[in-house]
Design a protein around this ligand. Structure first.
Ligand SMILES: Nc1ncnc2c1ncn2[C@@H]1O[C@H](COP(=O)(O)OP(=O)(O)OP(=O)(O)O)[C@@H](O)[C@H]1O
Ligand SMILES: [Mg+2]
Length: 260
């Protein structure tokens, strides 16, 4: 029997008349690394936001480890970790102070929390910056610390929305290695990335989304084989998404901005 970490059933999100995600149904197996690919504005972050309870679907439903993302929000939140493009750390606080703060929010008991912080900082090679203000960190250090923060809560399902964007190749390689290790410890991982090589290397399966529609969902080798012997994941991406540039703006930006 396959057990699923995520079952999405016709998940739809509309912003006004605009359909950001259109009846997306997919299943993510427990213990899998699942890549979500698609052009800018395709609806990837919106989909992740619905799966992580941050956005309420307009229609459709989803379950995470058997819990409904709408009806069982709290239970879902306890089981997930989410890394978004924005790093959520307080610049004036030190690395340890930030981790203590978030760890206490997660409700982790103090002695246990200290242990987890020490192990996390060590794993992400940040031990010597433990008492340094996060405001002085490079983007790579902040991103690593953000992952340490999320892992404190020992999430069963770990969402990473473009975890390597803006990072140098050494940090990218380091983070990819850690993602694989975290997965080996039994965690289900859902990630988005625009870097096809990363998606290909990391993912067990990928979903391709375009204009809010799920275009394909399978193991990469099968998707490539359909296009020919030497097809790459980039070829698959272009095959489903076309070559048209995407210059979509946030629909809410059409409204007059306050304070301007
Ligand atoms: N809060 C919002 N209000 C209005 N429109 C939104 C909102 N959030 C997203 N959108 C629109 O929905 C569409 C999908 O956005 P989303 O952020 O999910 O795309 P994405 O696939 O994550 O893109 P990217 O690769 O650029 O991160 C876009 O056209 C975006 O402008
Ligand atoms: Mg996005």
């Amino acid at each position: 029997m396959v057990e699923y970490a995520i079952i999405a059933d016709k998940l739809t999100k509309k912003f006004g008349d605009f359909v950001a995600d259109n009846a997306i149904s997919l299943k993510v197996k427990k213990g899998e690394i699942f890549g979500i690919l698609g052009p800018n504005g395709a609806g990837k972050t919106t989909l992740i936001s619905m799966l992580t309870t941050l956005l309420k679907p307009t229609s459709g439903s989803a379950k995470l480890m058997g819990k409904d993302v709408i009806k069982d929000q709290l239970a879902v939140r306890k089981m997930i970790g989410v890394i978004t493009e924005k790093v959520t750390m307080y610049p004036p606080l030190t690395a340890e102070e930030n981790l203590m703060f978030f760890g206490r929010l997660y409700g982790i008991e103090k002695a246990e929390l200290k242990k987890r912080i020490t192990a996390g900082l060590e794993e992400f090679q940040l031990t010597k910056f433990r008492n340094r203000q996060v405001g002085t960190f490079s983007l790579g250090m902040k991103r690593r610390l953000d992952i340490v923060r999320v892992l404190l809560n020992d999430p069963q399902v770990f969402f990473l929305d473009e975890p390597t964007v803006g990072l140098d190749p050494i940090t990218v390689a380091f983070i990819k290695k850690r993602i694989k290790e975290i997965n080996k410890r039994g965690k289900t991982i859902i990630l988005t990335t625009h870097i096809m090589q990363d998606a290909d290397e990391l993912s067990d399966r990928v979903a391709l989304i375009d204009h809010g529609n799920l275009m394909a969902c399978d193991v990469q080798s099968k998707l490539k084989r359909k296009l020919g012997k030497h097809a790459t994941l980039e070829d698959v991406f272009i095959h489903y998404a076309g070559e048209q540039l995407r210059d979509e703006t946030q629909k809410m930006e059409m409204a007059p901005r306050r304070g301007m």
